[in-house]
Design a binder for this molecule. Structure first.
Ligand code: ZN
Length: 297
């Protein structure tokens, strides 16, 4: 039996602990990066994502690493139960095996009830057959995606087009640095960014497709046929809602050298802050890339 005195002691102890935490740490948002499987080198990209979030001064960051791909050890999967609810925002660097049903349900509940989510690069390749996930990310590539997944979305002749034509989802040409063009400069994530900025060497995903509901495209990049692209202005920064949850999605971030782009780092941190709170306080730094010049760190 818990006595009133014990309860009081517990409250006093908790209060003392809470006041012992420095105010600036207590103010920080809690982010959880999810990795462990990817057809990309998550071992070298997760530390850059973590650093970018921490360098913004706005986040503390934990990492939850799933069992490896093709793992048939049920005990390992049973032991992997990330505590989504303990975080303000989840950042997915995961592209791999379907999660256990209990984790899927917890993930849906988390976002639906107002949790923040950030989707980076190949995380939009994951879970091609998981409808709720595809509603969260809006657009995805590969993973069996085709016209049944939803339209292609691109910017053409002054407007965003939803193209229902048949074909697979996901393609890219040769890697290269490319220009990102802001379409919505009034959104908290993009406010104050240069109207165009040069992103460091990356894969420029084209032909993504999905339900694309409750989605606003904030920025695009041109998939130049000279580089093997399909010749459309492709979504590069997107925001979505799913229930009460907010999602920031960028197909940028193929490799460590792509993520060293200050543009990627700052927009990812600002996207994560917006997903967590609906506001952005992280400033645009002086070393943010400009029109024609890549900036890496
Ligand atoms: Zn890639």
């Amino acid at each position: 039996m818990i006595t009133r005195r014990q309860t009081l002691l517990a409250v006093t102890a908790f209060t003392a602990f809470a006041f012992a935490v420095p105010a600036h740490a207590a103010d920080k948002l809690k982010a959880l990066i999810i990795d462990g499987q990817n057809n990309h080198k998550w071992q070298s990209t997760t530390p850059i994502i973590k650093q970018a979030l921490e360098d913004s001064g706005r986040f503390t960051v934990d990492i939850s690493t799933s069992p490896p791909k093709g793992n048939k050890d049920k005990a390992a999967w049973d032991a992997w139960r990330p505590d989504f609810k303990a975080y303000d925002v989840l950042v997915s660097n995961y592209n791999g095996d379907m999660w256990p049903e209990e984790v899927q349900t917890a993930f849906i509940d988390y976002v639906k009830n107002g949790g923040g989510l950030v989707i980076l690069h190949a995380a939009n390749n994951s879970f091609g057959g998981w409808d709720e996930y595809n509603k969260m990310i809006g657009l995805g590539g590969w993973g069996g995606r085709n016209e049944k997944s939803g339209p292609y979305v691109y910017f053409e002749d002054g407007k965003f087009v939803r193209d229902e034509s048949k074909g697979g989802g996901g393609h890219h040409g040769k890697q290269h640095p490319f220009k990102v063009t802001i379409h919505d400069a009034d959104h908290p994530i993009t406010k104050g960014l240069p109207a165009e900025w040069m992103h460091a060497q990356d894969e420029l995903y084209d032909s993504l497709r999905g339900p694309a509901e409750n989605m606003t495209v904030l920025a695009t990049a041109y998939s130049d046929p000279a580089m093997g692209g399909r010749g459309k202005n492709e979504p590069m920064m997107m925001v979505l809602s799913y229930g009460k949850g907010r999602i920031y999605h960028t197909p940028m971030g193929h490799a460590d050298y792509s993520m060293k782009c200050r543009g990627f780092q700052v927009t990812t941190a600002r996207g994560a802050e917006w997903a967590a709170t609906g506001k952005v306080t992280i400033p645009v730094p002086d070393d943010f890339p400009k029109d024609e010049v890549v900036s890496v760190k």
